[in-house]
Design a protein around this ligand. Structure first.
Ligand code: FMN
Length: 321
């Protein structure tokens, strides 16, 4: 008999991976009371009335005997921050529940917290599905929280961004010189300007220019540095030397130069700087709250990636002064 597979298994897996899914952890309790669970992305909805869902379990899974015998199981749709939980439940056999806070659901099924949604189910059918067993269950209870979901795509964890139907998909309006409004430099510059609108007034009211505010913020994190160190650390956010800025700040009692030649915030400078940092953090919170759906975290992730990819070898602002 010719056993050559009709499909290339690696290519087949890769093609299946193009289907982006959420990530779930499915739990149940063994007859002896042991909690059992595994990570699964084969979860899907089946029916609204009656409410039914399905997922499939590899026949080689150690959990198979327990799930086959269980009358109840629960599906936890993981939130974006629960990647570590997914990793924990994807490792075969270990004590996956150790240290986790669990509550008992219907049929004593262990329920995990912090998820985007949970479905408690009565096991209805089990179907053969090649090297998997398909479990169909009727949902007897569910709950849900406003949390962005964890996504799995092409074999990797991902985060979801929601399209905003009020925004055009691609701003391609042309301006003079053939530059578009989707030019990255324009977007980054404008985003920086608009972010700082909410902080600049407060810094000005405290007697600082925008660049002096950057110096004060840096000293709040790492006090007692030479001008040369500050120049090196801030070189990629400031294009002016720091010494004249520090001297001007010295005359308004923000900073002082110690005997060893290190610049330090004065007590009053530190106090004012901490207030400004708190205001900046609150401003950030207000702005990111307008995104909802965890997109603030997504934006930061993309900016961190962008900074890493485009870094020409600049020192780390906070760690290498
Ligand atoms: C994102 C992701 C999705 C997974 N989906 C499934 C799945 O749908 N069904 C399955 O049987 N295993 C799936 N796995 C693999 C199991 O989580 C893994 O084999 C686990 O170790 C099984 O645990 P057990 O052997 O203790 O039962 C998935 C793993 C990951 C990381």
């Amino acid at each position: 008999m010719d056993t050559t597979p009709l499909l290339d298994p690696k290519a087949f897996r890769a093609a299946l991976g193009s289907f982006a899914t959420g990530v779930t952890v499915i739990t149940t309790r063994a007859a002896d009371g042991t909690p059992v669970g595994l990570t699964a992305n084969s979860f899907n909805s089946v029916s609204l009335d009656p409410p039914m869902v399905l997922w499939s379990l590899a026949k080689k899974s150690l959990s198979l005997p327990v799930f086959s015998a269980s009358r109840h199981w629960a599906v936890h749709v993981l939130a974006a921050e629960q990647e570590a939980l997914s990793g924990r439940f994807a490792r075969s056999g270990e004590d996956k529940f150790s240290g986790l806070e669990i509550e008992a659901g219907l049929g004593g099924v262990p329920l995990l917290s912090g998820c985007a949604a949970r479905f408690q189910c009565r096991s209805s059918f089990q179907h053969e599905g090649g090297d998997h067993l398909i479990f169909v269950g009727e949902v007897t209870a569910f709950d849900r929280a406003e949390r962005a979901p964890l996504v799995f795509h092409a074999g990797q964890y991902a985060l979801a961004a929601q399209r905003d139907p009020r925004l055009p998909q691609a701003r391609s309006a042309r301006v003079a010189g053939g530059l578009g409004e989707d030019l990255l430099g324009y977007l980054l510059g404008r985003a920086y300007f608009q972010f700082h609108l909410g902080v600049r007034d407060k810094a000005q009211a405290a007697g600082l220019t925008e660049v002096q505010w950057i110096v004060a913020a840096a000293l709040t994190v790492r006090d007692g540095v030479t001008s040369a160190d500050l120049d090196a650390a801030l070189g990629y956010v400031l294009d002016v030397p720091v010494t004249p800025l520090l001297k001007a700040m010295q005359s308004s009692d923000w900073v002082h130069l110690d005997a060893a030649g290190h610049w330090r915030l004065t007590d009053s400078g530190r106090d004012r700087s901490l207030h400004l940092l708190a205001a900046a953090k609150a401003h950030e919170g207000d702005l990111l709250a307008r995104f909802g759906y965890n997109e603030g975290a997504l934006l930061k992730l993309q900016l961190q990636k962008f900074i890493a990819v485009t870094n020409p070898g600049l020192p780390d602002l906070w760690h290498e002064v």
